[in-house]
Design a protein around this ligand. Structure first.
Ligand code: GTP
Ligand code: SPV
Ligand code: MN
Length: 587
């Protein structure tokens, strides 16, 4: 039964139904009963397995097609009228041509299936900062995930009212043809179409498609920012909470940092950490001139492997109820889940992510390296009480970072906002399993937005520069690297909760409470100003982590110059000036 009277919504849904020809249409109203029904249906069709009701109540396991396990960046398109508006880092196709292609693929694609209409909100329903979307999908798995990741249901339709202002999304699993997947964005008419996939960032359209690729366009036009950033509150022993945003590429530590537990020496003094968001921030200039960040999501779509009671107990705790696990292993002894790095005792008998029997003797991985959990934020023990604040939280620092085995020091600070934009623009990181393609290859990933910026990357840098002109109460910008390795290839820095040691210095810098040493890259800490007590790291090792290898940086600067060349004269002059300054300092 239709639950909307909005003529724009109804007209469009009718049009899509006429094209895709589903057997029936079901509106997602957000009720518990409907979710229960859909879970039962997904279990009856084999799409999901119900897990141990006592240990993991209302939790389910889903296995995807083996060729549908991560985002497909090669098959992701930005379709605006002018190719140059998509820029050299995005795949582009002329909108009319792409619509024709998509219409061809959508024609009759839902025959014999149900089309679900999911009204969803990014941000708190009814708040001035919320944005709404409707995803039409033939996947109950998508419905159940979207119901965790976003706020869904009839309240969203009420909030949209009679307006035509909503993001249109269409998704069909199609044939799952691995060579013919399309993740397509039409930023000029706020439309998203995903075909032939049923995986995470490809099809849970509220996340990367809307909250980053489409929203980056909205933000540029409306004067705000949509960023691939976690939001974390650090409470000091005086009870003051200061907030940071962090942009790290996929599978480079956002969820972990967002849920960090302070090391014992900090906890006993009263330090606490509060999670506001783990993946996406929408950032606006507040009435007080500061930048305020809010998390438009309502759940965590986190990397499973490596998540343990030791590395991230808050994440694990978040998955104990109402969670969907995708491509992890099933422990057949008690119908629970397992993945590499959860503990040192793999199940004696398991079913791996491919659905095949697995034992600790098996040479293959039990869980896919990009296996994930979809967990409600409400489960998170360290969820910030500001999570429900529509405008979000005021940001003291923005932190960029990535996986760099050698080049980047543990932490450095940029000289000012524009130099900080430069620091973000030159980010590079080793690739991970979060996207299909090779893993461990260093690639440039400006602001961790390479796969998510919905327009020309150099215009996006200009937008950052312009945001810096709107206010003088700007956050300070830093770069971190938790991933420097020694000769044996082992991580040197302990990471995880110990990252608070670096955050403490960062926050002190934001409030003029710590000195710093000027260097080629900006400012680095004096080793004595980072608290390593109880970290297992000695001062000499720390000195090493803070060192800047000039020979490596000469190569790096040459690489940056070459990279900027891709964008021609569109690169903002503020950034080329910073590059010149870096090059000169290395002469
Ligand atoms: P996306 O959800 O893909 O955007 O990833 P993310 O940035 O949230 O990364 P996440 O926190 O899930 O971490 C990915 C992997 O990095 C996991 O295997 C973690 O165990 C590992 N990791 C996270 N933080 C650290 C750290 O400080 N040090 C080390 N060595 N590994 C880390
Ligand atoms: C990422 O790859 O950055 C993710 C996972 O957060 S996905 O939703 O698949 O994009
Ligand atoms: Mn992410």
């Amino acid at each position: 039964m239709n639950i909307s009277k909005n003529k724009y919504i109804l007209g469009w849904v009718e049009e899509v139904a006429a094209m895709t020809k589903p057997d029936k249409l079901v509106w997602i109203d957000g009720s518990r009963e409907q979710i229960e029904e859909l879970r039962a249906l997904a279990v009856s069709t084999g799409s999901m397995i119900r897990l141990n009701e006592e240990k993991l109540p209302n939790c389910f396991l889903h296995r995807t097609d083996p060729d549908d396990v991560a985002r497909v960046e090669d098959r992701t398109f930005i379709c605006c009228r002018k190719e140059e508006d998509a820029g050299p880092t995005n795949h582009w196709m002329e909108p009319k041509e792409m619509y024709a292609k998509m219409n061809g693929m959508l024609e009759g694609s839902m025959k014999g299936r149900t089309m679900y209409a999911i009204p969803y909100s990014m941000g708190i329903i009814g708040s001035p900062f919320a944005k709404y979307g409707i995803e039409l999908t033939d996947s109950s798995y998508v419905v159940l995930n979207m119901s965790i990741m976003t706020r869904v249901g009839s309240e969203v339709l009420d909030a949209i009212g009679e307006s035509a202002d909503f993001i249109k999304g269409i998704h069909t699993q199609g044939t799952l043809d691995k060579d013919n997947k399309y993740i397509v964005h039409f930023p000029e008419d706020n439309t998203i179409i995903s075909v032939n996939s049923n995986y995470g960032g490809n099809v849970l359209q509220g996340k990367k498609c809307f909250a980053l690729r489409i929203a980056s366009n909205l933000g540029r036009n409306e004067g705000w920012m949509a960023e691939h950033m976690l939001i974390l509150g650090i409470e000091n022993p005086q009870g003051e909470v200061r907030y940071v945003c962090g942009a790290f590429p996929s599978a480079c530590g956002k969820t972990n940092l967002a849920m960090l537990i302070p090391p014992e020496g900090y906890r006993s003094k009263g330090w606490k950490a509060w999670c506001v968001g783990d993946d996406i921030s929408w950032i606006r200039v507040g009435e007080d001139g500061r930048l305020w960040a809010m998390n438009p999501e309502n759940g965590f779509f986190g990397v499973a492997p490596g998540t343990s009671m030791k590395s991230n107990p808050n994440a694990l705790e978040s998955t104990r109820e109402g969670t969907i696990f995708t491509n992890v292993a099933l422990d057949t002894s008690d119908n629970t889940v397992w993945w590499e790095g959860m503990n040192k005792t793999p199940p004696a008998n398991a079913i791996d992510w491919l659905g095949k029997p697995w034992t600790p003797e098996s040479t293959s991985k039990a869980a896919h390296p990009n296996s994930r959990f979809t967990a409600p934020v409400r489960n998170c023990p360290c969820l910030s009480k500001e999570f429900d604040s529509p405008r979000g939280v005021p940001i003291s620092a923005i932190i960029f970072g990535g996986r760099r085995a050698k080049t980047a020091p543990l932490v450095y600070q940029s000289r000012d906002w524009n130099h900080g934009v430069f620091v973000g623009s030159i980010m590079a990181s080793e690739t991970t399993a979060a996207a299909v393609g090779s893993v461990g290859v260093v690639r440039r990933d400006p602001m961790a937005m390479l796969p998510f910026c919905g327009y020309h990357m150099a215009d996006y840098w200009q937008h950052w520069i312009d945001m810096g002109k709107k206010t003088s109460a700007l956050p300070k910008i830093f770069n971190v690297n938790w991933f420097r390795t020694d000769e044996q290839g082992q991580f040197i820095w302990p990471g995880f909760g110990d990252n608070l040691r670096v955050l403490e210095w960062i926050l002190k810098r934001c409030f003029d409470e710590a000195p710093a040493k000027e260097c080629e890259l900006g400012y680095v800490p004096y080793a004595a100003d980072i608290n390593i007590e109880g970290s297992g790291i000695d001062e000499e090792t720390l000195e090493g982590l803070l060192e800047i290898d000039r020979e490596l940086w000469k190569k790096e600067a040459a690489g940056i110059r070459e990279y900027y060349g891709k964008f021609g004269d569109k690169v903002p002059k503020e950034l080329t000036k910073s590059l010149e300054k870096l090059e000169n300092s290395l002469k």
